[in-house]
Design a protein around this ligand. Structure first.
Ligand SMILES: [Zn+2]
Length: 459
């Protein structure tokens, strides 16, 4: 459908595009104020068109703790005994103890740059590092949130800011530990934080602010109830059932497993994102799928931490929605999250093409489309290449050897299972090209400031 071209419009022409309506060839996108204003398919290129290979809708990264990018690779040495998530968490607490707002800005900017280079165009930042070194509250409750917003602005990534409510160290409202003092606040201060976060987030063109009760161990049942009003109309994210010990502690506290307890005690619906949900019974899996909530899967981090495997095959078969997140940011790559998600199921079930939607369907295309849809829904944004959506586009290089001779769905199979992020050529946000030839336009400066911050933190 053609519309009148106006001054200031930007036009991108792609040989192929994965539109929300399906694959199309010779696609001209007209972009007005960052939004897709018109889509022409089967179009003839014009001499002054900005021409590219294959357009994919940008992927949402629905779960990130940006500061943890700074400790990537620091927790890979074997400990004295039972090396698990809980020893990793001790390393994280030591690292985080010294981080200033400036350090957070520098580290988050690098993480967001790598997300853009790795095929993500929006990040859900599950942000719990709220207070100053030592745990004293800043005068401005959004001091650290502002560093996240500044990093998003510098990198150009779209932001769904998820300020976290963290009040307790364990089920049944146990008092926080000393290492958690930079995270903890009560519900009243949290309401002020959300109000302040709303104000700083307006600096970004399409930011969303959601709410995030950290987990059932860090927030009491009463607090969770009280959040319903504050969270009305916003995305709601919570960590859940990531660790076997967490499941056992929840059963000891309530007689129920975490997902079972949450589904019985909170109005979980399509606004919710249950992050990890690794350990579920078949009944919990079915109930979560039927709730309409998005499962926030972080396969690279879950593998790195030895969490376990999400029952993806059963969840998808029951109609469940999912998206992917880079969580600890130990490695940031949208294609690798999807590849590992599928490979985990293959290893578990000793089968192939476990998450494809049926006979003859492409695994790569089905999991990519599902994660675009689920990720966008979880982050309160519109996903997919459609009129009225932000022009957030990942461009694949059709000259990449792994993509040779492929078309449409087969391009996604080749991207996810063969080429990985090396096939990403350009990435646009709101029609602006932030990544060219696989490199972010501000890479040199962002990397320099990151290295300086790491030098200070390691000194
Ligand atoms: Zn997390």
């Amino acid at each position: 459908m053609a519309t009148l071209h106006r001054t200031g419009d930007r036009v991108l022409f792609f040989d192929r595009a994965m539109l929300a309506s399906g694959w199309a060839r010779d696609v001209r996108l007209t972009i007005r104020s960052g939004i897709i204003a018109a889509i022409e398919t089967g179009a003839a290129p014009r001499p002054d068109d900005d021409r590219h290979g294959c357009a994919l809708p940008g992927m949402a990264n629905l779960h990130s703790h940006a500061f943890q990018r700074g400790m990537a690779g620091l927790a890979e040495r074997r400990g004295p005994s039972d090396d698990s998530f809980w020893t990793w968490r001790e390393v994280m607490y030591r690292f985080v103890g010294r981080m200033t707002p400036e350090d957070l800005h520098a580290i988050a900017a690098l993480a967001y740059l790598e997300m853009l280079e790795g095929g993500f165009t929006r990040v859900g930042e599950f942000h719990y590092l709220h207070h100053d070194i030592g745990g004293a509250a800043f005068g401005d409750p959004a001091e650290m949130s502002s560093a996240i917003v500044a990093a998003a602005q510098e990198s150009g990534i779209a932001l769904t800011l998820l300020p976290v409510l963290y009040s307790h160290s364990g089920f049944g409202a146990q008092p926080p530990q000393a290492a958690q003092l930079r995270f903890v606040m009560d519900s009243d201060r949290y309401a002020r934080l959300i109000e302040a976060a709303d104000k700083v987030a307006v600096a970004l063109p399409d930011a969303v602010v959601g709410i995030a009760p950290h987990s059932l161990r860090a927030v009491s049942a009463e607090q969770l109830d009280a959040l319903a009003e504050l969270g009305a109309g916003r995305p709601v994210h919570i960590h859940i059932a990531e660790q076997v010990k967490e499941v056992a502690d929840c059963v000891a506290w309530s007689g129920q497993r975490p997902v079972e307890w949450l589904l019985d005690h909170a109005a979980v619906d399509k606004r919710w994102c249950l992050v990890h949900a690794t350990h579920m019974t078949p009944d919990e899996t079915e109930r979560l799928a039927k709730s309409g909530a998005v499962a926030g899967l972080c396969p690279i981090t879950e593998a790195n931490l030895g969490d376990g495997l999400f029952p993806a095959e059963a969840f998808v078969a029951a109609g469940g929605r999912f998206g992917v997140g880079s969580d600890s940011n130990v490695l940031i790559d949208a294609s690798e999250e999807l590849r590992l998600l599928e490979y985990g199921q293959r290893l578990l079930h000793r089968g192939r093409n476990m998450l494809a939607g049926g006979e003859g369907r492409s695994t790569g295309a089905d999991i990519y489309a599902a994660a675009v849809d689920g990720g966008a829904a979880a982050l309160g944004a519109a996903g997919g290449l459609r009129i009225g959506a932000a022009a957030d586009i990942v461009g694949l290089d059709l000259g990449h050897p792994s993509l040779a001779g492929k078309a449409d769905d087969a391009l996604l199979d080749a991207y996810i299972f063969a080429a990985g992020r090396s096939a990403i050529d350009d990435v646009w946000r709101r029609g602006e090209r932030l990544v060219s030839g696989g490199r972010h336009r501000d890479r040199a400066g962002i990397v320099r400031r990151y290295i300086a911050a790491l030098g200070r933190l390691a000194a």
